[in-house]
Ligand binder design. Structure first.
Ligand code: GDP
Ligand code: MG
Length: 163
């Protein structure tokens, strides 16, 4: 069985951009319009000779304007249960938002493997990002740039290390 990684987080943090990089596909729509990706998408990734599956939960972005349903749809929480490891993506440029806090609270309740990923971190100082995002209570933040590829391989290697 290939291990499965799921990408979760509020709209526009770069989930589909990371999905595309991991799967080298254009399957996931990348856009400035939050919630454009409609369906849950699975793709095949490979690091070295190790294959894995990656799931983009972009299509699970909710339409309700408040609460958990706004921050992350219920189906995203379900997708996490189906995956071996969840990558919770936040945005280095925006900092911690109210939606991030709501999602983090849901994730902390889950007895699942969660990695906190701070995307859009190109050109920023890792220590500053780490200090800021520790506050989410999900352990060490991992700074990456999905767009430029910075630290993406290290992240995947870490995510798959237990499998
Ligand atoms: P999603 O809604 O979480 O799937 O986010 P998308 O992948 O659609 O990306 C939303 C926007 O953020 C797009 O304009 C991307 O080009 C941009 N973006 C994604 N990753 C990065 C990154 O690493 N750095 C920067 N600067 N922008 C990024
Ligand atoms: Mg998307």
């Amino acid at each position: 069985m290939k291990p499965t990684l799921v990408l979760v987080g509020r709209p526009n943090v770069g989930k589909s951009t990371l999905f595309n990089r991991l799967t080298r596909s254009r399957d996931a729509l990348v856009a400035d319009i939050p919630g454009l990706t409609r369906d849950r998408r699975y793709g095949h990734g490979r690091i070295g000779d190790r294959p894995y599956l990656v799931m983009d939960t972009g299509g699970l972005e909710p339409v309700a304007s408040t609460g958990i349903m706004h921050a992350m749809a219920q189906q995203s929480l379900q997708a996490i249960d189906e995956a071996d490891k969840a990558l919770f993506i936040v945005d280095a440029r925006q900092g911690i938002t109210a939606q991030d806090k709501i999602i983090a609270e849901q994730l902390r309740k889950k007895d699942r493997n969660i990695l906190l990923v701070v995307n859009k971190a190109e050109g920023m100082v890792d220590d500053v990002i780490t200090a800021e995002f520790f506050e989410l209570g999900l352990g060490k933040p991992h700074a990456i740039s999905a767009l430029h590829g910075d630290h993406v391989n290290e992240l995947v290697a870490l995510a798959l290390a237990d499998f």
